[in-house]
Every structure is written in C-alpha cells, then in structure tokens.
Design a protein around this ligand. Structure first.
Ligand code: SF4
Length: 266
C-alpha cells in the first residue's frame, strides 16, 4: 500500500484524535466495522498503518455484516482483507427484509438498518473478545448529526469520539472524526478501494439527513469555514450561556442552590 503525502496527513489526524480522546490503548483488540463504503476502508487502512508504528501493541479485526441486500458482494471485502493481510470476521444476517417490512413509506431506512446492524456488531465484538468497536464516522457525519439533533430532536448532541454503550458491554470509538468527507473520498480514489454501494437507501431522497447535507453544502459554499466552526463548537461549550440546569450544576455555576420563588399567577 502506497504511503502518499495525503496518506501521512490522514495518519496524523487519526493519531491526534486517538491521543486527544484515548481511542487506542495497549492491549486493545479492536473490531473494525468494514461496511464496504469508502470511510470504512479508509478506517481499516489508517488504523493498520498506525498499529504497525505504535509504541504499544493492539490488534485489529475487520468485521463485515452481509445484510442480504441484493447484489451485495461480501467476497470483495474478504478478497481485499486477504490481499492486505487483515484479520477478518464475516457475518451474515438478513436485516434487509426486516428493514423493508418495518420502515413506514417515505421514512429513511437508515435509522432501523443502522440500529439492527449496531446490535449485531455489538454482540459480535463481545463474542470475539474485542475491547472496542471502531466506526468510520467522519467530521461531516458529526456536524450533520449535531444539526439533525438540534433541528429535529431539540437536543444539543453529536457523535462522540468515544462512547461506552448503555449496558457497559461495548466501547465505540470514531478515529476518523478529524477527517472531512471530501478528503476521505480523495484518499479512497487514490488507494482505489473496491467500494460496495448501499442499494437500499440510495434511491431515497428528501430525507432529513439529505436536507441537512444540502444546507451545509450551501452554507459551506458561501463560507468554507462553516463545517469546521460547527465541529470546533463541540469542544468549545459555554454551559453558562445555555439553559441546561444539570449542566449548570456540573459546571458549578452559582445561582441554582434553590429553585426560584414561585411567581406564577394563581
Ligand atoms: S446506508 Fe444503507 S446500509 Fe447504511 S444504514 Fe443506510 S440503509 Fe443501511
């Protein structure tokens, strides 16, 4: 595998994310979710390049789930892993028919599809004795999720770089969060990854995420710093300028020792 200038830049960004959020640690056995999309191939390659030079030992296992989508060619991923000497574990579950059956007309398939896939990967990670699951979400995914939650859920939250699942069984890491999608695309073209497109959601249009993508592309065309600023805002939170009482308490902001006097009119 060629190590170009672009490749080195991406390795350094992944290494910095790992350092900032303690993503890779000695003794880790990391299940790398390899969907066949450009982000997941980039994730696998960059993590492997870091692993080879890291001052501590950790293992990587590529894991792909064949969801029985028509035309999905899992053997392409197996061949690519074997060609590159990557340990891999292939899964096969028919989530495709369930997603088609259960998703109401006009709604996005991705929400149920990704929830089912996540459950299967979480179980596989436990079965394989993995300490972490690496996902290929990048900076654009993070800011899109931030806006989706703001606009449609009334919450300020995004995709964290590291998260322990609610039941405590899994730790999810996102080593690509400092990379933007366009640069990953450039890397994927350069490395000629054998991309397997998702046919299930490809024809759905007008969905919330697509709308957010368009909004961001439009804003970014006028000011190329927009996405970077949104991402930077996630590490520059001012609890005193927000309305979350729990956050005020955590931040030790005074004035919340008691509730205010009831001033409502009876
Ligand atoms: S892109 Fe395709 S595979 Fe991925 S969550 Fe959406 S429907 Fe599922």
């Amino acid at each position: 595998m060629k190590t170009t200038r672009l490749n080195k830049r991406l390795i350094n960004l992944v290494a910095r994310a790992s350092e900032d959020y303690n993503l890779l640690e000695a003794g880790d056995r990391v299940l790398v979710a390899l969907s066949g999309g450009k982000d997941s191939y980039a994730l696998m390659v960059l993590l492997e390049q870091i692993r080879r030079k890291a001052p501590f030992d950790f293992e990587l296992i590529a894991c792909n789930l064949d969801q029985n989508q028509p035309g999905f060619e899992q053997h392409v991923i197996v061949d690519w892993c074997e060609k590159n000497g990557f340990a891999h574990h292939m899964l096969n579950r028919d989530t495709y028919s369930v997603v088609l059956e259960k998703t109401p007309a006009g709604k996005a398939y991705c929400s149920l599809c990704s929830r089912m896939r996540r459950g299967i990967l979480y179980d596989a990670a436990v079965d394989l004795g993995c300490t972490k699951i690496a996902l290929g979400h990048h900076r654009d995914d993070v800011v899109e999720t931030l806006l989706l939650n703001l606009f449609y859920s009334g919450q300020i939250k995004a995709m964290p770089p590291r998260l322990t699942s609610d039941d405590g069984r899994n730790v999810v890491i996102r080593p690509l969060v400092y990379l933007d999608e366009a640069t990953i695309q450039e890397f994927a073209d350069e490395q000629q990854f054998p991309i397997l497109p998702c046919n299930l959601c490809g024809s759905q249009d007008g969905l919330q995420r697509v709308a957010i993508k368009r909004l961001l592309a439009d804003l970014n065309a006028r000011n190329p710093k927009v996405k970077g600023n949104l991402f930077a805002a996630l590490s520059n939170v001012r609890p005193s300028h927000l309305y979350d009482r729990d956050l005020w308490e955590l931040a030790g902001i005074s004035g919340l020792d008691t509730h205010g006097t009831d001033l409502s009119v009876p």
